[in-house]
Every structure is written in C-alpha cells, then in structure tokens.
Design a binder for this molecule. Structure first.
Ligand SMILES: *Cc1c(COP(=O)(O)O)cnc(C)c1O
Length: 490
C-alpha cells in the first residue's frame, strides 16, 4: 500500500491484459523456437553489460521489459525446449505444465503444513500414489501401503533427505550428536555427483564415500564387491548407512542390479536409495518396467518429472517405504507451527519431508500434465524417443565413420568418431566434431569420458523432438565426421 492507500499490486483487470501479453509472448517464442540457435553464444558479461546497473526508481511498462527479453535474454539463453537440444538430459517444460505453474502461482499458497493449505498436500498425495501405481512400484510406496511420495525440488535434494533418514535409522543418536565419522555410503564411479554433495552437506565428508567396483566388463555396481566392502567395514567398526544404486547413470545410462544390491544391503540394515532421476519415468511404459526390478526391496526411489516427464523444473518425485522415515529424521516443531491437524496424526506435513520449511504447490504443474496428456500421452512421449534412439543407434552401427561408445540406453545414444588412426585420434576427432556441431547452433550435444575415452552423448527427449530432428542431427554428424576424419586419418 502506498500513502494514498493504493495496493502495490496490479489491478486484476490490468493483470488480465498483461497476462495475455505474456502468454502471447510465450506462445510466439515456442512457435518460433526451431529457427533459433540451440545454444547461447555470448561471452561472459554480455548480459550484464546490456542491463542498466541502476534499478528503476519508478514504475515502467511491461512492454519495455519484454523488449529486453527479446533483445538480451533470448540471445543469451540456451534453449532447452528446442527440438534439437540433445545435451545433458532433457528438461521438459511442456506448455501443459506451464499452465499448472501459473495456477500454482495464482493461488499463491505456501504448503509447508497440511493446515496451511490442505489442497496443496492432498493433491500431491493423490498424484504420487497414482504415479506409484502407474510406474508399477510396489504398493508399499503409497500412503495407503504405509509409505508415500513427495515432490522435491531436485534429485539432489531427494538423495540428501534419503541420506538423513538413513543416518537417523542407522544411528538413533544422530539427531542429538550428529555424525561420528564412522558412517559409510556406497556408490560407484558412475554415481551422480549429488551423492558426494549430499555426503558433504550431511557433514560426512568424502571419506564416508566408498566406491564399489563394477561387475567386470561393465559399469554396473557389483553386488559381490558391495558385500565384501560392507563386511570389511562392519569388521572395522564402521557403520554402513546407505547404498545408492543408479537406474540410468548420467554418463551412459548404465543400470545397477538393484535387486541383488538390496539383497546384500538389507540384512545389514543399510538404506537403499535408488537414483533413477532420468530413466525411472520410462517405467510408465510396461515394456521398460524391468528397469525397476528389485525396487520393491528398497527404502527410497527417486525419479525426476522435470527431466523426461513433461513437467517444468522443479519436480523430482521421491517415494519412501516408511511414511515416518523422513519426519523422524527431519521434524522440528516450534510453537508457532503447532496445530490441531498435525497433532491429530491424521495429516501429512510435507515440511517434514524436505530441508526447507516453505514449499510451493508444485503438484499443480504435474497435475495439468497428467490431466492434459494422460498416462497414454506420457507413454507415447517416452516410447517415441526410445524408438528414435534405437533408429539413431542403428545408423551409427551401420556407418564405418562412427561407433557406439556404449549400448544405447532408452533414449540415450553414446557414440564416437572412428578415424582408423587409433583411439587417441578417434577421441580428438570426436571432440572436434562435437565442438563444430555446437558452434553451428543447429544442435546441442554434450560429452563424457568413460574408461578414459571421449564419448559424445545424444540424449533424445525434448518435448517437441521428432524424427525429422534426429534425421537433421544425423545428416550433420555425417557431414562433420567426413571433415574431421580427413584431418585425423592415418
Ligand atoms: C540429473 C541427475 C541427477 C540430478 O538431478 P537434479 O534433479 O537436477 O538434482 C541425479 N542423478 C542422476 C542419475 C541424474 O541423471
């Protein structure tokens, strides 16, 4: 309110007008996206140089801001929604999910407790129970089955809270005394860095991480090696706390043997957290459900709706088998948060399932996706991209200029250039090819290094990526390979 009593906010009628302009901007942007370079091509500082250092003292019209968006923000943005974005993993922000994000902001609720906005909690519970069933998870992960799901901001946060729950279960004195320095967390060389970060945040330090050897000739965690590591640590007086098998590693999409790992871990009370951030959503299609074999034996399971499930960042889905596991580790109740509903024990207070107190109504954007495309639409989205990846892998296999650097995993194809002049030349040629493709703005690819070898990753999965976009990429890869092979050939 200002001195005259007027609100600082927009009048709802004025919002209606400006809101339409913003929606029009988004619709035009998405419609024209394919013509833009995929990757931002600006020097550090380019954006800052173009923005006035002084903040506006007086109000300014929205039009002026939208021109800055056109002139400065768009050229300095990497377009993750571009159909030829094949880098990292996708970050689907479907227009369906944007509608839900708007409704969430429109309600403006803060759902830290059930009582601060019952709908925010219960919609989330219903959607996560339904998705557990749709993914073929064990009923023990639903609220009705004694477990439950929640929407975290990221798979990294999911791993952190799972680790905190595991610490509480392994060492009942942990909440009081903190860590002892004897805790151990089991990962592989391919495990996502978020586990190392979680160990750091939890105060365990890198010394708590034990890297388990792979099954010989693969990149998957060896259950035998895990059993030996756990036995050795127990004998040394250390406390095995958590093991993290990955379903779909970030580098190459490798899958750890969840069932065998859980069978090793359970007799020792070790918490098993499955990180299926990218690949887990594929289980919506029954033919990919084998990827989740053994998940019925684990303590927590995470997959990102914000990668390949059409839902705008941030929406990471985390299920636990024991509904009380996270609250037992995380709940702290100051007087001002006390309320009858919480004390009745009849409600879920999601603040106890996460690190922050406050939380957005994130379920809304997931809801508009599920409502707008249905499970059948999600399955078609996943299946379409897996089929495109299979087609690309076939072309790679058939072309002597390339080789597969790993077996294709769902919609991830890892490849490299073959020069005929040995591995070093192949690696250098592959690096140069990737740089040339990215510099063209026509497509965006990223790389990894596996077993010391350079690997080009093609992660298919943007919302609008179709066959023509993979065809265009392949034509470009072939043309560029011809160029670089001439330079590196023996
Ligand atoms: C992307 C990814 C993560 C991290 O995801 P965020 O949700 O961004 O934290 C963790 N694990 C795997 C396997 C991933 O692919």
């Amino acid at each position: 309110m200002d001195a005259t009593g007027a609100s600082a906010d927009l009048d709802p009628e004025e919002f209606r007008r400006l809101g339409h302009a913003v929606v029009d901007w988004i619709a035009d942007h998405r419609a024209g996206l394919e013509a833009l370079p995929v990757r931002a091509d600006v020097e550090p500082g380019w954006v800052r140089e173009r923005l006035p250092a002084a903040l506006p003292e007086d109000p300014a019209p929205l039009d002026a801001l939208l021109s800055v968006v056109d002139d400065v923000v768009v050229p300095a943005s990497t377009h993750w929604q571009h159909p030829r974005f094949f880098a990292y993993f996708p970050a689907n922000a479907s227009l369906h999910s944007l509608l839900g994000d708007m409704l969430s902001g429109g309600l403006g609720a803060q759902g830290m407790l059930w009582s601060t906005s019952p709908a925010a909690t219960e919609v989330e519970q219903v959607l996560l129970d339904g998705l557990a069933t749709a993914l073929g998870l064990d009923p023990g992960f639903t609220f009705a089955g004694g477990g439950g799901g929640s929407i975290q901001d990221s798979a990294s946060s999911a791993a952190l809270v799972a680790l905190l729950a595991a610490l509480h279960r392994a060492e009942p004195g942990w909440r009081e005394r903190g860590v002892t320095g004897t805790e151990r967390v089991y990962v592989t060389a391919e495990t996502h860095s978020s586990l190392a970060k979680a160990a750091r945040v939890a105060g365990l330090g890198a010394r708590a991480l034990r890297t388990v050897e792979p099954v010989p000739g693969s990149r998957a965690m060896s259950p035998q090696a895990l059993a030996a590591a756990v036995a050795e640590d127990v004998a040394a007086g250390l406390v095995p706390v958590l093991v993290c098998p990955t379903v779909g590693t970030t580098g190459t999409g490798a899958v750890d043997p969840v069932r065998a790992i859980a069978e090793v871990a359970r007799p020792h009370g070790v918490w098993v957290h499955v990180d299926a951030a990218w690949a887990g959503v594929a289980a919506l299609a029954p033919e990919f459900r084998h990827l989740l074999d053994g998940v019925e034996l684990v303590d927590s399971f995470c997959t990102d709706a914000h990668k390949w499930m059409l839902t705008a960042f941030d929406a990471s889905l985390l299920w636990v088998r024991e509904a009380d596991a996270l609250p037992a580790a995380l709940s702290i109740t100051p007087e001002y948060l006390r309320n009858a509903a919480s004390e009745s024990g009849a409600v879920v207070d999601y603040r106890d399932w996460q690190v922050p107190l406050g939380r957005r109504f994130r379920a809304f954007k997931l809801w508009t996706v599920l409502h707008g495309v249905g499970l059948s639409g999600l399955r078609a989205h996943i299946r379409g991209h897996v089929a495109l990846a299979a087609g690309l892998a076939e072309r790679v296999r058939a072309d002597p200029a390339f080789e597969l650097a790993a077996e294709p995993s769902l919609a991830l194809v890892c490849l490299r250039v073959v020069t005929g002049a040995g591995p070093d030349a192949d690696d250098d040629a592959s690096r140069e090819l990737l740089e040339r493709v990215n510099a063209s703005g026509e497509a965006f690819l990223t790389h990894t290094v596996v077993g010391g070898r350079y690997v080009i990753r093609v992660a298919i999965g943007a919302v609008t990526t179709g066959p023509e976009h993979v065809d265009q990429l392949w034509e470009q890869l072939r043309a560029e390979a011809e160029r670089v092979r001439q330079r590196y050939a023996a």
